[in-house]
Design a protein around this ligand. Structure first.
Ligand SMILES: Nc1ncnc2c1ncn2[C@@H]1O[C@H](COP(=O)(O)OP(=O)(O)OP(=O)(O)O)[C@@H](O)[C@H]1O
Length: 394
């Protein structure tokens, strides 16, 4: 929307300021720092206009470096190309790119008021006074901090400061909004609240956003798609459901919370675990061939023999009557979590596993239990020689 439209009464609500969302493309990008650190291996990445893409991965995997390449705070190695829509921004400076940034540390001006902070960037951009005031008002309203307009930043709580940081970034109508762990410094309850607000805000504005986190729950809640990163490479890109239910590698399964792992074997189209035999056709997600050789990284190949890694969450195994049981275990610990109790159980695999029961279920530490697998909830990886490397290379 142009300045004239903004100055007209009735056209000034932020809700009408849909940007349409700029499509961002990174092609053949790598990043090597002057000390020789190869922070990013060659990758291509497209972020659709209006999409919220979450970069998820452990510390040091390269999430922030990707964000900095998009911002123009770093440049890719020779050969890499970054485009915003039709605009080649590869060597463009940060000022020219029109990106909005929100970081974990607020980077606000502590002595200025909330309104002055939000207005600052607009002033630098020489946005005319009347329009500036109007945009600030609309932003504060949208972030539910209009009553704090005249407060100084050092008189605000952490959550309020982060709302100001968001308002300031969005006020500039960036082509892309970059958020680097913006909620990390906040307490758990506030994180969830602000996360929900950011989610609806991004959808309402239709702004292209890239959000960095190492918290898988936050990633699932916010992302249209998630990029799971591992050691400078993209391990998997997919919707939250794809990443959660159909991880392409043991690394992704483990990182998105499939905390139980057992060793098994694959024999004649079945998964074998000690005395237990489950047809692979019943398994929720099985990758038993080499995804590279199969030529289709998403195929659930049912071929292959040999050793297998079995991953599942607390819902992958349930307690049952002794005559229904497939395996036995022993309760080592019980955590009451309100809506469920989480048991730590030994004797099923080499290490302990966790499973959930109804919180009113009568059970005590030391009890022997009989369990059945829920095949739908199992993820199985055939251990073909390059399994782990193959997923990383995709
Ligand atoms: N200026 C630099 N010089 C040399 N190495 C760097 C530089 N900046 C980052 N790195 C290295 O590049 C790799 C990726 O760093 P990056 O900050 O992108 O990771 P991250 O996934 O964002 O981690 P975190 O979650 O801890 O912020 C790390 O090994 C890091 O040490």
């Amino acid at each position: 929307m142009n300045a004239t439209a903004m100055a007209q009464p009735g056209s000034q609500t932020v809700q009408t300021e849909k940007t349409g969302g700029t499509r961002i493309e990174l092609a053949r990008c790598t990043k090597t720092f002057p000390d020789g650190t190869r922070a990013l291996l060659p990758f291509d990445l497209t972020i659709n206009g209006g999409e919220t893409l979450v970069l998820l991965g452990p510390s040091g995997c390269g999430k922030t470096t990707i964000l900095r390449l998009i911002a123009g705070l770093e440049f890719p190695d020779a050969g890499g190309k970054i485009t915003f829509g039709e605009d080649d921004v590869t060597r463009q400076s940060i000022e020219k790119r029109r990106v909005g940034m929100v970081f974990q540390s607020y980077a606000l001006f502590p002595n200025m008021t909330v309104a002055e902070n939000v207005a600052y960037g607009l002033k630098v951009q020489k946005v005319e006074r009347r329009e500036r005031d109007e945009r600030v008002r609309a932003m504060l309203e949208m972030m539910h901090i209009d009553m704090l307009a005249d407060r100084r930043i050092d008189q605000l709580s952490g959550g309020q400061r982060q709302r100001v940081a968001l308002a300031r970034a969005i006020a500039l109508r960036p082509r892309v909004l970059l958020l680097d762990e913006p909620l990390t410094a906040l307490d758990a309850k506030l994180r969830v609240k602000l996360r929900t607000e950011i989610n609806s805000l991004l959808r309402k504005l239709g702004i292209t956003a890239i959000y960095v986190t190492h918290d898988q729950e936050e990633a699932m809640a916010l992302g249209d798609r998630i990029v799971v990163m591992q050691k400078g490479a993209i391990a998997q890109i997919g919707t939250p459901r794809e990443i959660y239910r159909a991880p392409l590698s043991p690394f992704v399964a483990d990182f998105v919370g499939a905390s139980n792992r057992l060793d098994g074997r694959i024999e004649q189209n079945s998964l074998v675990l000690g005395d237990v035999k489950i047809s692979l056709d019943q398994i929720g997600h099985a990758m038993t061939g080499d995804p590279i050789k199969n030529g289709d990284s998403n195929s659930n190949s049912r071929s292959g023999q040999g050793l297998a890694d079995i991953y599942f969450r607390a819902d992958g195994l349930a307690i049952c009557a002794p005559d229904q049981g497939q395996i036995r275990g022993r309760v080592e610990a019980i955590s009451y979590l309100g809506e469920k109790s989480r048991l730590t159980v030994s004797g099923i695999g080499e290490s302990v596993i966790t499973l959930d029961v109804d919180p009113d279920f009568q059970i005590a530490i030391g009890d022997d239990i009989h369990c059945r697998f829920n095949p739908e909830r199992l993820t199985v990886f055939g251990r073909y020689p390059d399994a782990r490397n193959a997923a990383q290379a995709m």
